[in-house]
Design a protein around this ligand. Structure first.
Ligand code: AMP
Length: 432
C-alpha cells in the first residue's frame, strides 16, 4: 500500500504546472466555473472562479495562450440560461486581461478563435454540457427506450464523447486539469481528452494539486488524534465515507440529521426527526464495526428540538433519545456542543463534512457554529483541518471562519469520493 502511495505522490508531483514553461504553448484548461447564479444571471458566489485564477495567470504570464473550458449547471442541450457568457465579465476582471468568447465549444468558430490566439491571450469556450457527448450519456434514453435501442444510443454517445475530446484537444498543445469539482467524472473534457496528449503535456493545475494534497493529508499523512465530524441529513449518502473513515480515524462524530437514525437504532425516542428506517440495521452495524476497530464514535447527547420545521418554531432542549412525538431535532444541544468541541480541540487532524444542524435557519445554526469555532481553535493550536463536501463549506463561510482552518475544499462529490478511497478519473487520466 505504502509503495503505491509513494508512487502516486512521485508521479503526481511530476505532473504539476510549477515546472512547466508555457511560453509559446496553447493550453486548454478544464476549470470548474460551475458557480451559482441568481435569477438575473449574476454570480452569487465566485469562489470556484477565484480558485482557478492562479493556474490561468501562470500560463499567461509564462507567455502561453489560454483556452478555458468549463460546464455550468445541468443544461439539457443548448440553453442560454446556462451560457458561460454570464460569467465572462467576472473572469476578465479576476484575470486582469480581455477574454475572448466562443459561443460554442466544438464548431468551427471555436476552432478558429483558438487558432487565432497569440501568446498572453485568452479564450473562454461555451458550456461543455450543451453537448451530451461531454458527459457521455445519451439524453434520448427514457423509460420507453428498448434495451437494444439503449445499447445503440450508448455506443453512439461514447463514440461522440471520444470525438469531442479529440476535437477539444486539437485546439491546444498542452492540457491542464484544474477542475477538482468534476475530477470524479470520466467526461470528455475531464478525463478522455488526456488521451490525446503525451505524458509531458498533460498536467494538474494548482487547485487540483492543493486538493489532492489535502486529501493525502487526511488519508495518508495523519497526525493523531484524527477526528472526523460527519453531519448532513442522511446516512445513506455517507455510508462509504464512514466505512473508509473507520479504518483511519480515532474519533468519529456523527451528527446532523443522521443522529436520529442512530438514536432510533439504539432504542431512543426521536419524535418526527428525520430518520431512514431502512438504515437502522446499517447504523447498528457501523457502531459495531467502530467498536471492533477501536474507533470512538461520538453521538449527540442532547438536541435542540422544534415543533415545526421552521426558523420560528417553538424550541426546547431535551436528551437526544427523549424527543416528544410531535417534535423534531434540528440542532445539537449545549451539552453536545461541549462534548464535540472538547474532542475537536484535542485533535491534530480534523475532517468536517456536513452541518450538525439545520444551519440555514438562524435558530438552529449554533451547533454548527460551535463545531466550526472548535475546528478553528484546534487549527490555531497546530491541527490540520479540512472542510469539504458541500454544506459544511457554506457553514464555515457563513460563520466567517474559513481563514482559520487549514483547507476548504472546492470539490463536493469529488472530495467525498476521494475520501471514500476511490480513484478519481480526472486524476487517473493525468497520472496514468
Ligand atoms: P447533506 O447534503 O447530506 O450534507 O445534508 C446537508 C443538510 O442537512 C443541510 O441542508 C442541513 O439543513 C441538513 N440537516 C442537518 N441537520 C439536520 C437535522 N437535524 N434535521 C434535518 N436536516 C438536517
Amino acid at each position: 500500500m505504502q509503495r503505491k502511495i509513494d508512487k502516486f505522490i512521485h508521479h503526481y508531483s511530476m505532473k504539476s504546472i510549477d515546472t512547466f514553461n508555457f511560453k509559446g504553448q496553447k493550453a486548454i484548461v478544464r476549470v470548474d466555473f460551475n458557480v451559482p447564479l441568481d435569477e438575473r444571471f449574476k454570480i452569487t458566489d465566485d469562489t470556484r472562479i477565484r480558485a482557478a485564477i492562479p493556474t490561468l495567470k501562470k500560463i499567461l504570464s509564462d507567455g502561453g495562450s489560454l483556452i478555458i473550458c468549463s460546464h455550468l449547471g445541468r443544461p439539457k442541450g443548448i440553453d442560454g440560461r446556462f451560457s458561460l457568457i454570464h460569467i465572462l465579465p467576472r473572469v476578465e476582471e479576476l484575470l486582469g486581461v480581455h477574454v475572448n468568447f466562443a459561443n460554442d465549444c466544438l464548431r468551427q468558430t471555436a476552432a478558429d478563435k483558438a487558432a487565432a490566439l497569440q501568446p498572453g491571450q485568452a479564450l473562454l469556450l461555451e458550456n461543455l454540457r450543451f453537448y451530451e457527448a461531454e458527459e457521455g450519456k445519451s439524453r434520448k434514453i427514457n423509460e420507453n427506450t428498448t434495451p437494444e435501442e439503449k445499447e445503440r444510443l450508448k455506443t453512439l454517445v461514447k463514440s461522440a464523447q471520444k470525438d469531442m475530446a479529440k476535437r477539444l484537444a486539437s485546439y491546444a498543445t498542452v492540457y491542464v486539469n484544474d477542475a477538482f469539482g468534476t475530477a470524479h467524472r470520466a467526461h470528455a473534457s475531464t478525463a478522455i481528452i488526456a488521451n490525446y496528449f503525451d505524458e509531458d503535456h498533460k498536467l494538474f493545475g494548482y487547485l487540483m494539486n492543493a486538493e489532492v494534497e489535502a486529501v493525502e493529508k487526511i488519508l495518508n499523512q495523519i497526525s493523531r488524534p484524527f477526528t472526523a465530524i460527519m453531519g448532513g441529513s442522511k446516512v445513506s449518502s455517507k455510508i462509504d465515507i464512514i466505512e473508509n473513515l473507520l479504518t483511519k480515524v480515532d474519533n468519529l462524530i456523527i451528527a446532523g440529521g443522521m443522529t436520529y437514525t442512530f438514536t432510533k437504532a439504539l432504542g431512543g425516542k426521536i419524535g418526527k426527526s428525520i430518520v431512514e428506517d431502512d438504515k437502522l440495521e446499517l447504523a447498528t452495524s457501523l457502531l459495531n464495526k467502530a467498536k471492533e476497530k477501536g474507533v470512538n464514535i461520538v453521538l449527540a447527547v442532547d438536541s435542540k428540538i422544534a415543533d415545526d420545521f421552521s426558523n420560528d418554531a417553538e424550541t426546547k432542549f431535551v436528551p437526544v433519545g427523549e424527543i416528544p412525538d410531535d417534535w423534531e431535532g434540528l440542532d445539537i444541544g449545549p451539552e453536545t456542543e461541549k462534548i464535540f468541541a472538547g474532542i475537536i480541540e484535542q485533535s491534530k487532524t480534523i475532517l468536517w463534512n456536513g452541518p450538525v444542524g439545520v444551519f440555514e435557519f438562524e435558530n438552529f445554526s449554533h451547533g454548527s457554529f460551535a463545531v466550526a469555532e472548535a475546528i478553528a481553535n484546534a487549527t490555531d493550536k497546530g491541527a490540520y483541518s479540512l472542510i469539504g463536501g458541500g454544506d459544511s463549506v457554506a457553514c464555515i463561510n457563513k460563520f466567517k471562519l474559513a481563514d482559520r482552518v487549514s483547507y476548504v475544499s472546492t470539490g463536493g462529490g469529488a472530495l467525498l469520493e476521494a475520501i471514500e478511497g476511490k480513484e478519481l478519473p480526472g486524476i487517473k487520466a493525468i497520472k496514468g
